[in-house]
Every structure is written in C-alpha cells, then in structure tokens.
Design a protein around this ligand. Structure first.
Ligand code: NAD
Length: 523
C-alpha cells in the first residue's frame, strides 16, 4: 500500500465539530472511515425516530420566519454563500476525498456544483417566485393570480457518490423558495454536506432551518418521509421505488433521481481530431469518479466499419490511466467507495467473464493500493444475460458493442429499463441531433459523455423510464418545492343568467361569447 499523507485540514477537532450537530439521543454511532486506508475518522451519531421528529419541528419553526423574508433578502444569503463555498473549495475537497475515496479532480469539480446552482437561481428565482397575474374567465372583469408558496419542510435523501453536491445543491432551490430542509446523507459520506451547511450558516442562513439526521436508510427513511412535505431522493432505482411508494401513500410530492445503464453511440464520421476528443471525453465519461457517476457511460456502440480502430484507441487510453490513493492531483482514478461496492463491481466482471465476455484491459481489484480499489476495465462480448449487460454496475467498467446500421444502434441503446443519460458522437451535429431525438433518455450529450447536460443549470435534468420521476435544475428544479395558490378575483357578479333573462337566451349568449373569445384570443 502506498504511503498516504492526510491533509492537515482534517483534524479531529474539525471532524468532531462537524458531527456534533447530528442528533443521536440513543448514543449509537457509526464508524465513518477514510476510504483510502479503512481508518476510522470519526464516530457519527445515529438519529432515532424521536431525533428526526425533533429535527423537523425545529426546521418548521425556523421556516415560518424564513418564509416571511422577501426573496431578495434570502438571495443575499446565497450570494455570500457562493463566495464562501468557492473560497473553501480545497478544504471541502479534502473531506470529500477522505469519505468517498474519489480522486482530487473529481472532488474539486464536485465543490463547483452548489455555486453553479446558486448562480443560476440568483438570476432566476425572483422572477419564478413573483406572483403572476393571468386572465380570468370574464375579460376585464376577472383575473387570476398564480401565487407560489413554499411546501414547508423538504426531506432530502442523498447518496454517497456526490455527497456534497447532492446534499447541498438540491437543498439550495428548496431554501430559496422559502422552505426548511432536513437532509439525510449516506452514513459513509456525511462530513462534506455537514461542512457545506456550516458554510451556508456562516453566510447568514438562519440556524435550525437546515437540519441533518443520520442513520441507515431503512431506519431513518420512514420517519423522515412521514414528517416531510416533499421528498427529494437521489439513489438507486430499488430504493427510489420504496421512497415513491411511501410518499404516494402520504400524498406528498417527490422527485426521484435514480440509476442508469447509459449508452453512447459513436457514428462513423469522426475525423482524427474527433477521435482524440472522443477518447479523452469517454475516458472521463466511463472512469470519472471511478465509474460512480449516475450519468456515466456503461455501454459503447461502435460502427462495425471502424470498430477495431476505435476499440484499440480507447483500450490504450484505459490501460494507461493512473490509479492511486492521494490527496493531490496525481492519480486519474481514485478508489471505489467501499469494499462492499468493490465486491459488487467485481461480481459483475466475474459474471460477464463466466458467461463468455472478454476482458480487454483491467478486471481486477487492487488491494495493493487500498482496500476498495478496482482497475479501469473494458469488456467485449457482453450480452443481456450478464449482470453487466442489463443492470447498473456503477464502477469503472464498460462494454464495447458493434453495430451495422444507425437504426440498430438506436434500438440497442434503447433496449434497457433505464433512461438517464446517453451520448452521441459525430462530426455532423445535425446527424447526432437526429439520433438524439430517437433516444429514450432524460439527458443526451452530443460530442460529450455527460458533463454538458448536467452542468447546464438552466435546463431541467432528470431520468425517464426506471431512471426517475421529476427533475432538478431549471425552473422545475425550484418550482417543484412550491405549492401553487390560484387567487381568482371577480370585480362584478356577471356569471349566470341576468334577473328575468330566459335561460335558453343566456346559454346561447354564453356559447357564442366562448367562440368570440377564442377568435379574439382572450384566455
Ligand atoms: P441507495 O439507494 O442505496 O442509497 C441512497 C440513499 O438512500 C442513502 O442515503 C441511503 O442511506 C438511503 N436509503 C437506502 N435505503 C433507504 C430506505 N429504505 N429508505 C430511505 N432511505 C434509504 O443508493 P447508493 O448506492 O447510495 O447510490 C448509488 C445510486 O444512486 C446509483 O444507482 C446511482 O446511479 C444513483 N444516483 C443517481 C443520481 C441521479 O441524479 N439520477 C445521482 C447520483 C446517484
């Protein structure tokens, strides 16, 4: 195992201070470890149902005042937070790396997500939350106004793969819309969201408004959902179904951002520069975050006519990727998040090989580097009978496939229960767009693997099919945290027959005015 220098920022004092805000009246704790070494970093309190109820009560009380603040005043907090989050990016990245094992580049890029979300809503939120006057049923005499009110307290359940981004970025529009938040991070990765929340409070977010509870999902989930006014969940499709069922029973809304089995189609017209860009972008799109990005590519469809050339360029790149445990920018790949997850990834590769797939590079765990490392792996000959051919692997493993016609490639890409992300590569953007239009996917990246669509904060991003319900980002990413109140005003009672008017005459007049209103464009 390589000698590892832990950053000086990760002091016991800091870690104890971060976890001190997690309620845990039973005294039970969970050992949160540094992934690179398996060493225990801190004992994380585990919240009981009573702790969770108390957290909601406190958030609800703070939310009553917060929702009375004018939107512009709430946004002032987020302007300051934007600066603080950027100024603290390196300290945040230290925590993200320690708890998740990802490499430095990914940890730093993760710290950029909440500021990007803040920037977008700083520009957009006032317009979205302003009451909007609309026409009423009787021209000139009536109107209706769409008034947006916060839901109350939003429950957020976040995964371990982007703990800082999913812990904070989904909370930001909820808070801007006037809600309180109770977040449940994954036990493994509670430190960076706790740190982010303390930065928001330094920026002026009222204490009590943003609560954190911790524990295993099935222990914490039911009480959290039963107390929430809306649930924002990011995680696996299997857990998403459990969350959605409970939210449905409680008649509250939920947004579910789930897994994928994301395909990439390379068309046959890439020139040399295009191939170089494709190799670089795809190396990141497959192996970035050690393959633990929900939108990462697990299936690559290559044209028969160029299969050998593209395969050898990509395999060569994968073979040369550097992998290591380090808090500096050296290694291109870090660790998987845990030994359990490493075993799951290894089982997909073993199953594929046992059923006839070929390993073109990688394929092995690397305990010599750290407990949960796994090599970048490229497979060929994967079929739908194999785990790696049909279910999400969520690791640094990809299958290469040949296609003969574009129709065949599209059919194969769509042949999955998932629909989160897809990527299309071509020298001709219009050609790629025509393919994109036929893909069943919530996000499609053209001439990029995954980042462009996700980083476009003005456009909603979510999954279709088994990859999710609802979306984050864009107008929808904020408005989903509001209820709409339709305030109708009638200046004079004119509906119905006038006194003494024959009802047949009234109906005739009403029906013809409906036609007239449509002709005049009156809504
Ligand atoms: P997971 O579903 O196991 O856990 C996600 C969160 O849910 C964790 O905090 C966990 O503790 C909690 N949880 C588990 N069971 C629960 C229950 N019964 N009730 C309430 N909460 C429960 O997923 P994971 O393994 O942590 O994350 C990886 C998955 O997340 C992958 O499938 C990945 O594709 C997906 N993901 C999706 C997106 C997206 O935007 N679509 C983003 C990141 C990750």
């Amino acid at each position: 195992m390589t000698a590892l220098t832990r950053p000086a920022t990760l002091t016991d004092e800091l870690l104890e201070r971060l976890v001190a805000r997690v309620p845990g009246r039973s005294g039970a704790t969970w050992k949160l470890t540094e992934v690179y070494t398996g060493d225990v970093l801190v004992e994380l309190p585990q919240s009981t149902p009573e702790d969770i109820e108390a957290a909601f009560e406190e958030a609800r009380e703070a939310q009553r005042l917060w929702s009375q603040w004018p939107v512009a005043r709430r946004l002032e907090v987020f302007k300051r937070a934007h600066t603080l989050l950027i100024d603290n990016a390196h300290a945040t990245a230290d925590l993200i790396q320690a708890e998740s094992g990802k490499n430095r580049r990914m940890a730093i890029e993760e710290t950029c997500d909440p500021p990007m979300v803040i920037s977008h809503y700083l520009k957009r939120a006032e317009k979205l939350l302003r009451p909007t006057r609309r026409g009423g049923p009787i021209p000139f005499l009536s109107s209706s106004t769409e008034v947006r009110t916060p839901k109350g307290v939003v429950g957020i359940i976040a995964p371990w793969n982007f703990p800082f981004a999913t812990g904070l970025s989904d909370a930001i529009p909820a808070l801007i819309a006037g809600n309180g938040v109770v977040v449940k991070p994954d036990n493994k990765t509670a430190l960076s969201p706790l740190h982010g929340i303390s930065l928001l409070e330094q920026a002026g977010l009222p204490r009590g408004l943003f609560q954190v509870v911790c524990g295993e999902g099935p222990d914490v989930g039911p009480t959290l959902i039963d107390n929430a006014d809306y649930v924002m969940f990011t995680g696996s499709t299997a857990t998403g179904r459990v969350i959605g069922e409970r939210a449905g029973r409680n008649l509250i809304g939920c947004c579910l951002e789930l897994g994928g089995k994301n395909p990439m189609i390379v068309l046959d017209d890439l020139d040399d520069t295009g191939v170089e860009e494709w190799v670089d972008s795809t190396a990141f799109g497959v192996f970035g975050n050690t393959g633990q990005i929900c939108m990462h590519i697990e299936r690559i469809y290559l044209p028969e006519s160029r299969y050998d050339e593209l395969k050898s360029a990509f395999v060569e790149r994968a073979r040369n990727l550097t992998i290591g445990a380090s808090y500096d920018f050296g290694p291109e790949l870090g660790s998987l998040v845990s030994v359990d997850h490493r075993d799951r990834v290894a089982s997909h590769v073993e199953d594929a090989v046992a059923k006839g797939a070929t390993v073109l590079t990688g394929g092995r765990a690397r305990p010599d580097i750290g407990p949960a490392f796994f090599e970048p792996t490229v497979l060929e000959g994967v079929t739908k009978e194999m785990l790696a051919g049909r279910t999400e692997t969520f690791g640094p493993v990809v299958g290469l496939y040949r296609y003969r016609t574009v129709d065949e490639a599209i059919r194969l890409a769509n042949d999955t229960d998932y629909g989160l992300n897809a990527s299309v590569w071509s020298g001709d953007i219009a050609r790629a767009e025509a393919v994109a239009a036929r893909l069943e996917s919530g996000n499609v990246n053209i001439n990029d693997a995954l980042a462009t669509a996700y980083a476009s904060k003005g456009t909603p991003s979510g999954g279709v099919k088994s990859s999710g319900v609802g979306a984050r980002h864009g107008d929808q990413g904020l408005l989903k945290y509001t209820d709409v109140k339709n305030v109708g005003v009638l200046k004079k009672q004119v509906m119905g027959a006038r006194p003494g008017q024959d009802y047949d005459a009234y109906v005739k007049q009403m029906l013809s005015s409906l036609k007239l209103m449509r002709k005049l464009g009156v809504r």
